[in-house]
Design a protein around this ligand. Sequence first.
Ligand SMILES: [Zn+2]
Length: 237
Amino acid sequence: MGDDRRRPGHSLQIARLFGVRVYVHWTFLVLVALVVAVYRGTGVHSLAAGLLWIVAVFGSVLVHELAHCVVAQHHDVVVDDILLLPIGGISQMRTIPRAPGKELAIAIVGPLTSLGLAVAFGALAVLTGATVWPPTLLAGSWLARLAWLNVLLGAFNLLPALPMDGGRVLRAGLAMHEDRRTATVQAAKVARVLALLMMAAGVVWDVWLLLIGLFVLLGAGAEEREESARKDDHPGG
Ligand SMILES: [Zn+2]
């Protein structure tokens, strides 16, 4: 299993960093079309700013994912590629280490990197005299917007909703005290509750949350199935 290096479907390779191929999914074009539609008729400058913002969002997601990849490689995990989607990034790893300490390190470094970027951008914003409060994503100083974007990325990914980073941290934490299968079942339970809350919030406020809730709901089930299908540990299998 896992000897074929298949590329993610419906996507375009844009870079290769730290030996990891970076792909952008075609649905990225939906985001571009959305920005063009929103800024249509407001002039070339605001359209360019809108498109530049998409690049900034994807750049921040990419740095977050690269942090996961570099720590994973440090723990001898083969990372095939990073897929950038409008709802975030996915690092395709051949295996997730079963040692809780390693899984925890790989999972937590992404949000920590985002929060670190947030502090750096926030400090730069303050130093340059930009307004950083109230939180802003779509207007105001670019440094402040980048700071808040990375706060959002870091904090949101820390939600304990498997397969999101926070869910992996939770599973790894539980697995330090009990077997991994039980830990996965418990983490998946928490994830389902959070997924339903996200989807409910998504129906009321934001379709993005609905999509992420759905992603968590399906992902938690997949993690659980994968874990229960495993008879026992075969290192390197
Ligand atoms: Zn992450």
